[in-house]
Design a protein around this ligand. Structure first.
Ligand SMILES: [Fe+2]
Ligand SMILES: [Fe+2]
Length: 436
C-alpha cells in the first residue's frame, strides 16, 4: 500500500518523530541514516515503514534517497529488492564518507601481520570435529537405537529451552548472510571468491568452520523429534532472504568490532545452552553446545586480536569506531527473523533467552566491559580531542547500562510477582505456549 503525504507532515530532521497524516508511520528515522531532510515536497510511504521514492526540494535538488530495510514481511510478499541502498545518494552517486581512505590503507598495511597473527587461529580441517562425530551414524546397524537414546534424552528438555536452542540454531544457519556482510568490509573483503589474501583466506575458512555449527544443531533437533522442523526451516529461509542490518557502513574497523562482540555473544550463548542441557539431563547435547562454544571463543580471540592491532596502529580511528558501534548498539544477527506467522518472533525469542539466562542484557554489558578491558581502552593516552571524548563515552557506558538493565530486571521481577507475564505460542515447537 502506498500513501502520498504532504511535506507539512514530515519532520525536518531524521532523528525527529515522523507522523503522517494517515497515522501510518512514526519514529522511522534515526541520525545514523546520515541524511538531512530539507523541505521535501512529498514522499511515498508504505505501511511496512519503508520509503520507496526520492523527491526533490523546491529548488529541484534531490536531497534524499534513503530507504527502509527489506523486512521479512517484504520477502514473504515477494517484494523486489531496491536498486538503491543506504550508501547511495539521490543523485545516484556514492555518498559515503566512511570508511576513510586512511582506515582502508591501515587495514591493507596489516596483510602480513594477519598472515602471522590471525591465520594460525584457524584449525586445520583434519583436526576439526564434524557434526557426524557427535550424532548417530546412519550407516551403522545401531543407528536406530542411538536415535531412540537421543530422543529419550531430549524428551526432558523444557519447551523454553528448545525455543532458545532453535533460535540459536537458526542464527547459525543464516551463515550466508554473515559471509556477505564480512565481504562489505572495505580493504579486507574477498574480491574474487577465492582471493589469496590473508583476509580472503580467513573469511572463507571462518565461514567453513561456522558452517558446522548450524549443521550440527539442525541435525540434532531433527532427530530429537521435539521441534516442527518445517517451521524451523521456513524461518531460516526467511531470515537468509531478509539479511541483516549490522550498521557497519563498509568500515573494516566497525566490522571487526562488531564481529568481536558477536563471537563473544555466541560463545556465551552456546556455553549457557551447554550448561542448561547438562542440568536437564542431556549430556550429549551439552557436549554439542560446548564444542560449538569453543569454536566461537577461538573466533573471538581472532577478531579481538585484529581490533587490538588497530588500537595499536591507529588508536584515534579505532577509538572513534568503537564509540560509533556502541552508540548504534550491536544488533543481533538474526534480528530480522520471521516464521511466516509471528512478526515479533525475534523479540519473543530474545525475551525467552533472557528469562532462561541463555543470553541477557547483563551479558551485553559484560561483553562491552570485557572488550574495553581487552583493548585497554581506559589506558589509551595522547588521543585527539574527538577520540578522547569517544574514550570517555565508551568507558562510562557499562556502568550506565548496568543501571538500566538492573531497572529492567526489577520490572520483570515485579511483573512476575504480579502474575503479569504473558505466554506466547512458538510455531517451532508446534505452537505450544512458552512464558515470555
Ligand atoms: Fe557459530
Ligand atoms: Fe564464530
Amino acid at each position: 500500500m502506498c500513501a502520498m503525504v504532504s511535506s507539512s507532515a514530515i519532520a525536518q530532521t531524521l532523528d525527529s518523530v515522523i507522523t503522517f497524516n494517515n497515522g501510518v508511520l512514526k519514529n522511522k528515522w534515526t541520525a545514523s541514516n546520515r541524511f538531512r531532510i530539507q523541505k521535501l515536497d512529498s514522499v511515498s510511504a508504505y505501511s511496512n515503514g519503508g520509503f520507496e521514492k526520492k523527491w526533490k526540494t523546491s529548488s529541484c535538488r534531490i536531497v534524499m534517497a534513503a530507504v527502509a530495510p527489506i523486512t521479512p514481511r517484504d520477502v514473504m510478499k515477494g517484494k523486489p529488492l531496491r536498486k538503491t541502498g543506504n550508501n547511495v545518494g539521490g543523485n545516484g552517486k556514492d555518498t559515503r564518507t566512511w570508511p576513510s581512505q586512511q582506515q582502508i590503507e591501515t587495514i591493507r598495511s596489516l596483510d602480513s601481520w594477519a598472515e602471522e597473527a590471525i591465520l594460525p587461529l584457524l584449525k586445520p580441517v583434519e583436526k576439526c570435529w564434524q557434526p557426524q562425530d557427535l550424532l548417530p551414524n546412519s550407516s551403522t546397524d545401531t543407528f536406530m537405537d542411538e536415535v531412540l537414546e537421543l530422543k529419550q534424552r531430549a524428551s526432558h528438555l523444557p519447551d523454553d529451552y528448545l525455543v532458545c536452542l532453535v533460535g540459536d540454531m537458526i542464527t547459525e544457519e543464516a551463515l550466508p548472510t554473515y559471509q556477505s556482510v564480512f565481504n562489505t568490509f572495505e580493504g579486507v573483503r574477498d574480491t574474487t571468491g577465492a582471493s589469496p589474501t590473508p583476509w580472503g583466506v580467513w573469511v572463507r575458512a571462518w565461514t567453513a568452520e561456522e558452517n558446522r555449527h548450524g549443521d550440527l544443531l539442525s541435525r540434532y533437533l531433527y532427530l530429537s523429534g521435539r521441534v516442527d522442523m518445517k517451521m524451523v526451516e521456513k524461518t531460516t529461509q526467511y531470515l537468509i532472504g531478509a539479511g541483516m542490518e549490522a550498521h557497519i557502513d563498509n568500515s573494516p574497523y566497525n566490522g571487526f568490532i562488531y564481529t568481536s562482540f558477536q563471537e563473544r555473544a555466541t560463545f556465551i550463548s552456546h556455553g549457557n545452552t551447554a550448561r542448561l542441557a547438562k542440568e536437564h539431563g542431556d549430556s550429549q547435547l551439552a557436549t554439542i553446545c560446548g564444542m560449538i562454544a569453543s569454536d566461537e571463543r577461538r573466533h573471538e580471540i581472532a577478531y579481538t586480536r585484529i581490533v587490538s592491532k588497530l588500537f595499536e596502529v591507529d588508536p584515534n580511528g579505532a577509538m572513534l569506531a568503537f564509540a560509533e558501534m556502541m552508540r548504534k548498539k550491536i544488533t543481533m544477527p538474526a534480528h530480522l527473523m520471521f516464521d511466516g506467522e509471528n512478526s515479533n518472533l525475534f523479540e519473543d525469542y530474545a525475551t525467552v533467552a533472557q528469562r532462561c539466562k541463555v543470553y541477557t542484557a547483563k551479558d551485553y554489558t559484560d561483553i562491552m566491559e570485557h572488550l574495553i578491558g581487552v583493548w585497554k581502552v581506559e589506558k589509551l593516552r595522547d588521543l585527539s580531542s574527538e577520540a578522547l571524548q569517544a574514550q570517555q563515552f565508551v568507558c562510562s557506558l557499562p556502568s550506565r547500562m548496568r543501571k538500566l538493565s538492573e531497572r529492567a530486571h526489577d520490572r520483570v521481577n515485579n511483573c512476575s510477582t504480579q502474575a503479569e507475564q504473558r505466554n506466547k505460542a512458538f510455531s517451532w515447537i508446534f505452537h505450544k505456549p512458552v512464558m515470555l
